[in-house]
Design a binder for this molecule. Structure first.
Ligand code: SF4
Length: 373
């Protein structure tokens, strides 16, 4: 399996909490940027069929129909796309209009991921999100009405002024919209973001851990009641609708990342990072130069990554595969470090796999780091 990620960094405005690479450069930059991505495709030929494509951002739904179609034209020109490929595009609810859907229908996109984040308009405004709850609902109706049934929505919990009741209501409402996939993340106060500064200045109050835990628990309960599979710490899917592209990251599959700020991984030891600067990216492609820097992952890094990513999934960490890929000493080290957690009930052994238990999912980072080197 090989995945392809394409980063579209354009955003109309910046949300207060966001630390993704994005830019508010005007629309005139879209075509030169898409042309540069096509140029990067030429620099990076790949013979195997592509099984998943994820167009993320930024805000890919900000692309004009011309830029969107040019992107797909380049994709089909340069890569062999599997006929059953999962092809996802991220969208902002306020961009989902009948006109946008008409443009989208001319592409092979078969999955939409939309950042709803909250259904409370005061919170959305506070975060500087551009949409309202009503726009989110309308977007879902339009997409489903146009036949896009593979629909993933994102929510955030631990938001300023968000109560447990508000969050529960968000989850219940989203589930009532008959979506196929839900991702929910705890709000992070990332250094360098305006939200981080507001917290420092005491203008927003961070949700306490008890409330965030209560939100996460109600998320697990409500999704289970709706027959959604909790297949990764932050991800829930109806049967057969797991995100195949994201799952390939968690299982260490190779992927190609195109565009400013995109990452690539060869599935073995090399990870590369494209520069996070749209103009510099275009310039280097125009000169025929690679826009990326490459990092060699040593054995410790690869072991840590395996532990971290596997334990986030419902299948957990396979000790058999760990021994196959890293040797017996590493496997035994991992078992030794897991022992106290197994006794405490925060890790369980299912066959030859180590898995986090329900009560440890919320504090997974601390537990997972105990198993690392
Ligand atoms: S729309 Fe998405 S990428 Fe753009 S600023 Fe907001 S969160 Fe970040």
């Amino acid at each position: 399996m090989t995945g392809l990620y394409i980063h579209i960094p354009f955003c109309r405005s910046r949300c207060l909490y966001c630390d993704f690479y994005s830019t508010t450069l005007p629309q005139a930059w879209q075509m030169p940027y898409v042309d540069a991505i096509a140029g990067e495709m030429e620099l990076r030929p790949y013979a195997e069929p592509i099984s998943t494509i994820y167009i993320g951002g930024g805000t890919p739904s900000q692309l004009t129909s011309e830029a969107l179609h040019r992107l797909f034209h380049a994709l089909t020109e340069h890569y062999q796309i599997d006929s059953k490929a999962e092809i996802t595009i991220e969208a902002n609810p306020d961009d989902v209009t009948p006109e946008w859907i008409i443009a989208l229908k001319e592409t092979p996109v078969n999955r939409i991921s939309m950042g709803v984040q909250s259904l409370n308009d005061d919170i959305l405004r506070l975060l500087h999100r551009r949409h309202t709850a009503q726009q989110a609902q309308k977007a879902v109706e339009l997409l489903q009405g146009a036949g896009y049934s593979n629909l993933s929505l994102d929510l955030i919990y631990g938001l300023p002024n968000q109560t447990l009741e508000l969050f529960r209501n968000d989850v219940e409402t989203l589930l009532s919209w008959d979506i196929s996939h839900l991702s929910a993340y705890a709000l992070q106060y990332e250094e360098g973001t305006p939200l981080f500064v507001l917290r420092q200045e005491g203008k927003v109050k961070e949700a306490d851990e008890e409330l965030s835990l209560a939100c996460y628990e109600s998320l697990m309960d409500l999704t289970a009641k709706a027959d959604m599979e909790h297949y990764e710490i932050s991800n829930f899917a109806r049967l057969g609708f797991r995100a195949r592209h994201n799952s390939s990251y968690w299982t260490g599959q190779p992927y190609i990342g195109l565009g400013a700020g995109a990452h690539s991984y060869d599935g073995k030891q090399l990870r590369s990072y494209n520069c996070e600067d749209l103009k510099a990216y275009i310039q280097s492609i125009e000169k025929g130069e690679s826009p990326s820097t490459t990092e060699h992952l040593d054995e410790n890094m690869r072991y840590n990554e395996r532990v971290m990513l596997s334990l986030r999934t419902i299948e957990g960490l396979s000790l058999t595969n760990l021994e196959r890929d890293f040797g017996t000493a590493r496997k035994e080290y991992c078992e030794r470090m897991a022992k106290a957690h197994i006794q405490r009930g925060s890790i369980k052994k299912t066959g030859e796999n180590l898995c986090l238990t329900r009560r440890s999912l919320f504090v997974s980072d601390d537990i997972i780091s105990d198993l690392m080197v």
